[in-house]
Write a new protein. Structure first.
Length: 464
């Protein structure tokens, strides 16, 4: 067994190896010397990147894809019990390991930073990964999105820091024992797993309780759920709490955020001194993510001015306000936002970047359960755009819920004064948008599903 490979993971088999969280763990294990194999529903750049590392990646799910000598089968919460490879694992008595347990084992023995929150995790984790790498600290990291292209969502570094995106959606973030934990926000989401805010708070309290003795919680002083969480954990023994944000009560206060086109200049008050740095993505939401990353790095003992400079080298992550291209004077940008708070933050950021130009949005709702609970708020967020096209709900892992459709969002958007059009055929969207857009406009594709595929197609239609 190669050094650094956890016990029982010498020959792991991943079901759904192409997923953002799964592929990162697979990459790290492959780079540590494990014999990695797995399967995914479709071919992708991520699958090719894993093959380039020596992994065996099968397309489609079949019992025959699982080797008899696999040391374990790694799954996420999205894998159903009747998956043929999971059924075969039971027949062969091969241990089944949840993705979060696999990630926890990779982090063991390192100085871990775990980034949690209902939204903003991928951006903040990416900012830290880029900044720490820029400073020559060679961190390991596992991120829920690609920094630049397939295969860039994870890295096995030689340094002693591991930065991980910590997923609260299925409570799996409770498996980690970080030295520093970031909580960006705590809001009601993931309705299939949480019935109330009280359950959300309980889950986050468990996560915070896993911080190692003497470790640090970095938490927002602005967002109401995070403030309530701070109140609940304030008396935990041997826990350092550092709050950040625009609130006057924040330990690290955001003094000013100055938009500069598709970038922002941020000034914070840290230990009584002003510190100004650049964030190379637009919007207040992303500026606050950068401040959270700054505070977490300082908690590990990294000089603030060094971190601030290094954070300026971060230029974005795939699907987080990612510029896809420009054609006929129209810029097309892609956003992963699918929760109303995220949608509002990204739309406000693009509204500022658009200046006097129009902002056109193509929105694809994600999950029936989320639309059922938050569809009205999604529609209200779309009122920030000049015009929107709304697609049918992307089901992902869910079965339909009777009566829950995109109409819920469209009706709420119209009630809020939005100009919104329903398009049920995704293939028709590029032509629809090309007919609407004028030189100088910004087009934003938005959602956590396959709406991201439309950006290049819209550009092609604009060009022709």
């Amino acid at each position: 067994m190669a050094p650094g490979i956890p016990a029982a993971m010498e020959r792991p088999h991943f079901i759904g190896i192409g997923g953002a969280g799964m592929s990162g763990i697979a990459q790290i294990l492959a780079r540590r010397g494990a014999k990695v194999a797995g399967s995914d529903a479709k071919e992708s750049g991520t699958a090719e990147a894993l093959r380039a590392l020596g992994a065996t990646v099968h397309i489609g799910h079949a019992a025959a894809h699982l080797a008899d000598d696999a040391s374990c089968v790694i799954v996420s919460s999205a894998i159903r019990a009747d998956n043929p490879e999971l059924v075969r694992a039971a027949e062969l008595s091969i241990p089944v390991v949840h993705r979060s347990d696999a990630l926890a084992s990779l982090m063991r023995g390192l100085r871990a930073i775990a980034v949690a929150g209902t939204h903003g995790k991928t951006t903040t984790t990416s900012m830290l990964a880029v900044a720490l790498s820029e400073l020559g600290l060679d961190p390991s990291y596992a991120i829920g999105g690609d920094l630049a292209g397939p295969g860039t969502n994870a890295r096995h570094g030689e340094g002693d820091i591991f930065v991980a995106e910590a997923d609260e959606s299925d409570r799996s973030f409770q498996k980690y024992d970080p030295e520093v934990a970031i909580v960006l926000n705590a809001e009601l989401d993931h309705h299939a797993n949480y019935a109330s805010m009280e359950e959300i708070y309980d889950s986050f309290e468990t996560f915070v309780g896993k911080i190692v003795p003497g470790g640090t919680l970095v938490v927002s002083a602005d967002q109401s759920g995070a403030v309530e969480l701070t109140r609940r954990v304030r008396d935990l023994a041997s826990l350092n709490i550092v709050t950040y944000g625009e609130s006057e009560t924040a330990d690290v206060r955001v003094h000013k955020v100055t938009p500069r086109g598709l970038t922002s200049e941020v000034t914070v008050v840290l230990n009584g001194r002003y510190l100004t740095f650049t964030v190379s993505v637009p919007g207040r939401h992303y500026a606050l993510n950068a401040v959270a990353a700054l505070v977490a790095g300082v908690a590990l003992g990294i000089p603030a001015h060094n971190l601030a400079s290094a954070l300026g080298t971060y230029t974005g992550v795939k699907r987080r306000l990612q510029l896809k291209g420009e054609a006929a004077g129209v810029q097309v940008i892609d956003s992963y936002a699918h929760h109303p708070t995220e949608m509002t933050a990204d739309l406000e950021a693009m509204r500022g970047a658009a200046a006097d130009s129009r902002l056109l949005v193509v929105f694809q709702p994600h999950l029936f359960s989320r639309t059922q609970e938050l569809g009205t708020e999604m529609g209200q967020a779309l009122a920030l755009a000049d015009a929107s096209v709304v697609l049918d709900i992307y089901p992902a892992r869910e079965d339909p819920i009777p009566g829950i459709t995109s109409a819920l969002i469209i009706d709420a958007a119209k009630a809020a004064g939005a100009d919104v059009t329903a398009v049920h055929d995704k293939a028709a969207v590029p032509e629809v948008i090309a007919g609407m857009a004028k030189p100088g406009d910004l087009v934003l594709t938005m959602g956590a599903g396959d709406v991201t595929d439309l950006g290049p197609q819209i550009l092609d239609h604009l060009s022709s």
